[in-house]
Design a protein around this ligand. Structure first.
Ligand code: APR
Ligand code: PHB
Length: 424
């Protein structure tokens, strides 16, 4: 089946029972973030039936502003499945990043160091495109599917039994959807992770004592590549969404209130933290501002029975390494291949999915925390001396990275992206 044919055609008519309507598909995907939407497209192109169940309405899903950098493997994957039409037009290829400290700015050239590049492309634009393509194909993408409840997930151990997902459709009808597999693409707050039987899933987690204040501004970016800056007042970053829209971030306290940050105060802090001699940060109207908490989080397994987790449902990184969206795409690439192999008679990929995805994810966790630690001011937890020590240590670290070829190759290799894992 090609991407031009309609897909995701699970049985709609179904059979009415006393408790509602019973329907069937091959793969039930819970969540229409980038992970769920992309998985649906890949399965559909392989001729595998699916239905995507999303709790929120379409406007909410399309309106969420998230990450903005795609690794080369993510770009290649979207291209492979013909999902890069908008990306090709609006994505901005970047050859590196700037690392800045104490007003000194150094370029790390990924293309020169590793032969790889990254693409600046908002997650919001990707979600828009994936939803539009689902609509064009007439996919089974159900918004406002409430009270979604996975059941019989353990049935992988019971011969012939299938799993099912119960949900309430937007028209109020309670539907039981029988399926071979349930995919939890429902993000950090989703229901799927909580469905694992007690004792089968553990969580490793770190919460940071700082957050990011992010803005979108209608002004051309003042930089060619992204700038990551450590300043005594805290981290700052200059990213972008297009040639006319800038995305900028400031380190703030996690319990700060956005109401404390007037546009004027935001620009002033950005000017101070990003300022270098001979460079101008051009200001413009701020169209969106919010405070984003930061955490590192990984589950001990992404699989129980017929239920598999992908993306934020299974792991979260702090945004400093731009790895959240790419990790979700890497999971999807691996699981989509494993599901295709299953329907061709080989279950090795499904059996190995969790181990392989988590092996890659822990390397990504290390990188994300390393970048985060290097670039943020660590608030004194009772000791000003410790905080002063950390700041000098971090300056030493940045000076090392910006002067060592080996350290730059390592940063570039990880930022441009560790290879996606093969399912076999
Ligand atoms: N039932 C149905 N849908 C649900 C439920 C539920 N019980 N709970 C959550 N969802 C939906 C959410 O409304 C959301 O649309 O699941 C979707 C999960 O999407 P994301 O949070 O975007 O997660 P994911 O697709 O894994 O994408 C990861 O998002 O947070 C960023 O940095 C992260 O870029 C990364 C990306
Ligand atoms: C973004 O553009 O939103 C962005 C870019 C790089 C990051 C985090 C966020 O590390």
């Amino acid at each position: 089946m090609t991407s031009d044919e309609s897909h995701g055609q699970s049985t709609e008519a179904g059979e009415s029972t006393a408790t509602g309507v019973r329907q069937s598909t091959q793969v039930a995907i819970i969540g229409a973030g980038p992970a769920g939407l992309l998985l649906g497209h890949i399965l559909g192109q392989a001729g595998i039936d699916y239905r995507i169940l999303e709790a929120r309405d379409k406007d909410y899903v399309l309106g969420r502003i998230r990450a903005g950098v795609l690794e080369q493997d993510s770009v290649d994957l979207l291209g492979k499945y013909g999902l890069d039409a908008d990306l090709k037009t609006n994505g901005l290829t970047h050859h590196g990043i700037y690392l800045q400290h104490e007003g000194e700015r150094h370029h790390i050239d990924f293309a020169e160091l590793t032969g790889r590049t990254v693409t600046v492309y908002g997650q919001q634009a990707l979600v828009h495109h994936l939803v539009a393509e689902h609509e064009r194909l007439g996919s089974q993408l159900i918004f406002e599917a409430t009270d979604v409840q996975p059941t019989k997930i353990e049935s992988a151990q019971i011969d012939g039994e299938r799993a099912s997902v119960a949900y309430t459709a937007p028209n109020g009808e309670r539907i039981t959807l029988d399926c071979d597999y349930i995919i939890g693409a429902d993000g950090y707050h989703g229901v799927c992770r909580r469905t694992f039987p007690e004792g089968t899933l553990e969580v490793a987690e770190r919460v940071y004592d700082f957050a990011w204040l992010g803005i979108l501004a209608d002004v051309a970016p003042s930089t060619d590549d992204l700038i990551y800056a450590l300043h005594r007042d805290g981290f700052a970053m200059h990213s972008m969404r297009s040639t006319t829209v800038s995305r900028l971030y400031l380190q703030v306290s996690p319990d700060d209130d956005i109401a404390n940050w007037s546009d004027e105060r935001i620009w002033e802090a950005l000017q101070t933290r990003l300022g270098t001699e001979g460079w101008t940060l051009t200001e413009g109207p701020i169209t969106e501002k919010s405070i984003l908490p930061m955490r590192s989080f990984v589950v001990s397994t992404l699989n129980y029975g017929r239920l598999y987790l992908v993306g934020d449902a299974g792991h979260i990184v702090p945004p400093t390494g731009a790895k959240g969206l790419n990790s979700a795409i890497a999971d999807v690439a691996l699981l989509a291949e494993a599901l295709q192999a299953h329907y061709a008679g080989d279950d090795t990929g499904l059996e190995q999915y969790s181990d392989k995805a988590l092996d890659r994810q822990w390397k990504v966790q290390h990188f994300s925390q390393w970048m985060t630690d290097m670039l943020h001011v660590h608030p004194a937890d009772g000791s000003a001396e410790q905080s002063a020590f950390d700041f000098q240590r971090q300056l030493g670290q940045i000076r090392y990275v910006t002067s060592s070829h080996a350290a730059q190759v390592s940063l570039a290799e990880q930022y441009a992206g560790l290879p996606f894992v093969d399912a076999r």
